[in-house]
Structure formats: structure tokens, C-alpha cells
Design a protein. Structure first.
Length: 94
């Protein structure tokens, strides 16, 4: 078996896992008992989507998806910094 065959098997076996994870993250975002739980669900969803985009970039042999995944991961990280700063000082900006 070639490397492409193994990659196809990996991607098609990981898709249901990602779909279940996205569904659970969305439930936690909507029903989260506290705001930190919701932020953590958004973080996990963002990083999982970035990882899935990297797998799709390998499958489609496209470098553009890797760039999008990096940008998505950086935005999620910026959200973490923003929320942590808000909880620390209780003010927005700067």
C-alpha cells in the first residue's frame, strides 16, 4: 500500500471523530455553565478545525489550507489572550 492510501484511510477514519467532537463542542458553547467553559470549547473547536484543515491540506495537496489553519490557530490564541486579560483586569482594550 502506498502512502496516499494510508492517508486516505486516516482521513476517512478521522472525519467521524471530528464530527462528534464538533457537535460536543457546539453543545458546550451553547449550554456552557460558565464563560470559561464556553471559551475553552471555542478554543478546542478552533484548534481541532486547524488540525483538520492540515489533514485536508495533505489530502488535497494544497498549501493554502495550511496557511488558513495557521491563521485560525493564531486567532484562537489571540482570543485566549484577550479573554485572560479581560478576566485579569476586567477592562477591554490596550
Amino acid at each position: 500500500m502506498s502512502l496516499e492510501t494510508y492517508l486516505d484511510i486516516l482521513i476517512f477514519s478521522v472525519i467521524p471523530v471530528f464530527l462528534v467532537a464538533v457537535a460536543l463542542y457546539c453543545i458546550r458553547i451553547i449550554k456552557g455553565p460558565t464563560i470559561p467553559d464556553m471559551v475553552l470549547a471555542v478554543d478546542a473547536l478552533g484548534f481541532d478545525l486547524a488540525a483538520f484543515m492540515c489533514l485536508l491540506a495533505l489530502y488535497f495537496k494544497s498549501a493554502f489550507l495550511i496557511g488558513g489553519a495557521i491563521i485560525l490557530a493564531l486567532w484562537v490564541y489571540a482570543l485566549d489572550i484577550f479573554v485572560a486579560k479581560y478576566y485579569l483586569k476586567r477592562e477591554l482594550g490596550d
